[in-house]
Write a protein that binds this ligand. Structure first.
Ligand SMILES: Cc1cc2nc3c(=O)[nH]c(=O)nc-3n(C[C@H](O)[C@H](O)[C@H](O)COP(=O)(O)OP(=O)(O)OC[C@H]3O[C@@H](n4cnc5c(N)ncnc54)[C@H](O)[C@@H]3O)c2cc1C
Length: 410
């Protein structure tokens, strides 16, 4: 039997059987695309950081982008438990592919959740089919982790809004037709507003694509708004809903980042174990050395534990659990930090071979870093999770081994 004819995978499909038959069919199709097209093309896509149009069009044609959209717009309104399986499959071979799918959700979610019926009818079918694109413009020069520090001002004048400000790091800046822009109301700095701005709006300037470490195939650029007018009808939700609409998109995106990081980690372990089987040193294969086995044991065990946490976060989101946001933060923190470590260790296990550009781990290594930074860095999520634990601990029942009086005085 040749190697390519062997069946089965190192990481099991435990969560797949929990999906409905039609959901499993979507995953099977994504798996086919990853095997036949996206995996083999991934290195070429990553060679220069221009938008991966062919990948985008393929994922749109195959209905994968449509999983982020409601049925009435032509989508499949996929549950997060399905989306994480899709993104894991894509992340296993190609970060650009995975990012195109999570990015569709990030950039369109506020439109799905907050646009008027007229706007939805006008835009969602085209976005779903990949005929047009949206971008999500939240980050600014002075507001990344500290997202409430947004300085973009949105001023109402009759039946239009006027926007002044700058946005930074915006994925699809050079390719999007519509931009979801979040800013503060001029009349009330605590009031966040989200509006849709068309690419050709007067006074709207899109900067050149900016070179970056990884995630080639999904370029970023800066945006500048100088008295840019957009109709009030382009507002998403009500005035004051801007932050919550952005947060909803971000929670989904965080679960997506976690799934992408785990997919890449799974791919890295598969590649490292193939090398370990082939590489002979000190009289036996690398895989027969206990030190290498221990590294592998850490990787596979922690990946499986993280997959369970990501699954839990997705289930909580699908069930509208009030803790979904915290679990999304935990899933992202755990999976993306682990993803970086696994890719680093997998590259270590493949020695000099892994360091070369014609070997996929070099690309995986560069791509892994962004998952720890985008949609809230690991440190931001630690802050969010720790603060929440301290807040909840105040209201919990006393541990049975403790007395009721103060633990400080004795
Ligand atoms: C490739 C790429 C694509 C992106 N796409 C988009 C997009 O489409 N739309 C969009 O709006 N934004 C986008 N972003 C922006 C991204 O979300 C921000 O980069 C991210 O939120 C971090 O913000 P910052 O870069 O300003 O880092 P900063 O806010 O400057 O933080 C720097 C570092 O400080 C540390 N830190 C932060 N807060 C704390 C804390 N409380 N305690 C301890 N340490 C802390 C963390 O290590 C953090 O990485 C993208 C960024 C990149 C690089």
């Amino acid at each position: 039997m040749t190697r390519s004819a062997k069946a089965g995978r190192l990481f099991g499909d435990h969560f797949l059987s929990r999906l409905a038959a039609e959901e499993q069919a979507i995953v099977a199709n994504v798996r086919r695309l990853a095997k036949e097209v996206l995996g083999p093309n991934a290195a070429a896509v990553a060679q220069q950081d221009v938008f991966a149009w062919e990948t985008f069009r393929l994922l749109a044609k195959e209905g994968v982008i449509g999983t982020a959209f409601p049925r009435e717009s032509g989508g499949t309104d996929a549950r997060q438990v399905l989306r994480i399986r899709i993104v894991e499959e894509l992340g296993r071979v190609c970060s650009a592919s995975a990012s195109i799918v999570t990015g569709a959700d990030l950039s369109c979610r506020a439109i799905v959740a907050g646009a008027s019926d007229e706007l939805k009818t006008e835009l969602l079918p085209g976005l779903c089919r990949g005929e047009i694109q949206a971008a999500f413009a939240l980050s600014e020069p002075g507001a990344g982790s500290d997202v409430r520090g947004l300085a973009t001002v949105i001023r109402r004048e009759g039946d239009r809004y006027l926007i002044d400000g700058e946005k930074k790091f915006i994925t699809r800046g050079t390719t999007a037709d519509w931009f979801v822009v979040v800013g503060r109301a001029e009349h009330d700095p605590d009031c966040f507003i989200a509006v849709l701005v068309p690419r050709n709006a007067s006074g709207f300037m899109i900067g050149p694509e900016v070179g970056k470490l990884g995630w080639a195939g999904v370029p970023i650029s800066s945006l500048e708004f100088r008295n840019v007018a957009t109709p009030v009808a382009n507002r998403l939700g009500q005035e004051g809903d801007g932050f919550n609409l952005a947060q909803d998109a971000l929670v989904r995106a965080r679960i997506g980042h976690a799934a992408m990081a785990l997919g890449r980690a799974i791919g890295a372990v598969e590649i490292a174990t193939a090398y370990m089987a082939d590489r002979k040193l000190f009289g036996k294969s690398l895989g027969e050395h206990q030190g290498a086995q221990w590294m592998l044991a850490e990787m596979v065990t922690r990946i499986e534990a993280s997959r369970a946490l990501v699954q839990l976060a997705a289930e909580k989101y699908d069930g509208a659990d009030p803790d979904a946001g915290i679990f999304a933060s935990m899933a992202k923190l755990q999976a993306t930090d682990l993803g970086m470590k696994v890719v680093t260790d997998a590259l270590q296990l493949t020695g000099g071979r892994g360091y070369l550009q014609d070997f996929p781990l070099e690309r995986f290594f560069r791509d892994a870093k962004l998952n720890q930074i985008g949609e809230g860095s690991s440190e931001v999520h630690k802050t969010v999770i720790g603060r929440d634990a301290v807040r909840r601990a105040r209201d919990l029942e006393r541990h049975p081994c403790l007395k009721f009086e103060s633990l400080v005085d004795y």
